[in-house]
Design a protein around this ligand. Structure first.
Ligand code: PLP
Length: 471
């Protein structure tokens, strides 16, 4: 690490962090309710640097393990997860909504690693799945099928059969044709299945165009009037208990407003449906609960709960939630090593690292911001006081042959040297789960830290893995 020490501001820990100068240290992580307590700590813990990932004088730590040591042991790029963060986040959701005893179904598309699923299942989580492959994962992780809900606009007959045979809790059905197919397949198997209709409430959650899911023009859900008619005509589906409503408004959602608007629509829709004699037992509010990617304060599960809990209580429904990003997003980082430094035209500086868009697609796909900072040296002025005047603008890029293989453009970072290690924060959700072998690249390993212990929960791929299944 080649920070020119003379260039640096004095490394002062913000009072915001901790009075004894150990910002988010392991001791703090160990007792999340402990020393910080109160509302402001809630906000802080939602950020990328959050007590489970904390800078100390000898670099970045994940709980009780120095991240640079993990990078040496496992190579780079490597995903590092904090078990404490994962458990803490599930607990926050459970606590915030405790008044309604919801069924929390972690959305495994965010990250389906079996070890993470096992931990969440042990702490009472159910699961939201969208494919036969995700069903296979949750069953392999030992999940209780009675806590599994299944969404997705294009479930195949094979996938539907497998889910019926597994005895999942509920299908979230996205079209009349799918409802017919599920009814027919349940009949063939001599089963009765629980179904919620996923509605398209035409609510704008003001998310990125590619993660907007509840507006009229999207493929998701069923328009309200059509859904009403399906409830009214439920007798045509003798093998189905049509008794729930499902919404998923988009992701990530930074205000409670979209939930408020959607619930106002439900306050009209559900009683209308009930007037037909239909039973609406469950109301599934989906996911979309935000995290802070850049250190700014964001709303917490308690803010969402303030809006959702009274409205769902009023509707007398059992609440289901499908958080993905909130639980795992800030529970992991991706660690990369700087391969080369390069200057382009007009002095443009490129930091070429060994992680790429195949490992973490979000910046390329959604222009998503991820905080990036060297593992060693002073912590980022984004989270700690410091002038930041030693920083230089660089583009952090990967080795893939695509112009979109850029993690950050014009990002202010300290001077770097080839060989330095970088942390890409908030990488737990839609990180490895969206990864690929593009450009013949091997998917990185995943390492889970719990206290001062770590273990590999997914091995680095090999060249043999790249051609497995090919003839
Ligand atoms: N539920 C459904 C139906 C989804 O499509 C998604 C994400 O796309 C989620 C839940 C999870 O969303 P998030 O990770 O933002 O909580």
């Amino acid at each position: 690490m080649s920070i020119l020490r003379a260039d640096l501001p004095r490394w002062r820990h913000s009072k915001r962090i901790d009075s004894d100068g150990t910002p988010g240290s392991y001791e703090v992580a160990d007792t999340p309710e402990g020393r910080f307590g109160g509302e402001s700590s809630e906000y802080r813990r939602l950020g990328p640097v959050n007590g489970f990932f904390a800078h100390r004088s000898d670099g970045l730590w994940c709980e009780g393990v120095r991240v640079a040591d993990l990078a040496s042991a496992h190579g780079t790029p490597v995903y590092i997860y904090s078990q404490g963060a994962l458990e803490w986040r599930l607990n926050r959701i459970q606590k915030a909504f405790a008044g309604l005893q919801p069924l929390v179904c972690y959305s495994i598309k965010a990250n389906g690693n079996l070890s993470l699923l096992r931990i969440l299942a042990e702490h009472g989580s159910g699961f939201d799945i969208v494919s036969g492959g995700e069903l296979y994962r949750v069953l392999k992780a030992g999940a209780d099928p009675d806590k599994v809900v299944y969404a997705g606009v294009g479930k195949s007959a094979k996938e539907i059969r497998e889910a019926i045979q597994a005895g999942i809790f509920q299908f979230n059905v996205e079209s009349p044709s799918e409802l017919k197919a599920i009814d027919r397949l349940a009949g063939e198997l001599g089963a009765r299945v629980r179904v919620a209709l996923r509605l398209n409430p035409d609510v704008d959650a003001r998310t990125h165009a590619k993660t907007t899911t509840a507006k009229k023009e999207t493929k998701f859900g069923i328009p309200l009037d059509e859904a009403h008619d399906l409830f009214a005509g439920r007798g045509s589906f003798p093998n189905v208990d049509l008794n729930g409503v499902h919404l998923h408004l988009g992701s990530p959602i930074y205000t409670v407003e979209p939930y408020r608007v959607a619930l106002a629509k439900m306050a009209d829709f559900i009683p209308r449906v009930r007037q037909t004699g239909a039973v609406v037992e469950t109301l599934n509010m989906g996911g979309g609960y935000c995290i802070s990617y850049d250190g700014r304060e964001v709303i917490t599960p308690f803010d969402y709960a303030d809006v959702i809990v009274p409205a769902v209580r009023e509707l007398n429904c059992r609440l289901i939630l499908e958080p993905g990003r909130y639980i795992v997003g800030n529970a992991a980082i991706l660690v990369a090593r700087v391969l080369y430094l390069k200057e382009g035209w007009a002095g443009r500086r490129f930091v070429i690292c060994d992680a790429a868009m195949n490992d973490l697609l979000r910046p390329a796909l959604y222009e998503a911001y991820h905080h990036i900072w060297p593992l060693e040296g002073p912590p980022s002025p984004v989270f700690f006081q410091g002038s930041g005047n030693h920083l230089k603008k660089v583009d952090v890029v990967g080795p893939i042959c695509e112009s979109s293989d850029v993690f950050a453009r014009d990002r202010e970072l300290p001077s770097l040297e080839e060989g330095d290690l970088l942390a890409v924060f908030s990488a737990g959700a839609y990180g490895l789960s969206m990864s690929s072998n593009y450009n013949g690249r091997l998917r990185p390993p995943e390492v889970l830290v719990a206290g001062d212990e770590s273990r590999v929960i997914r091995k680095r791929e090999t060249y043999q893995d790249l051609v497995r299944g090919e003839v």
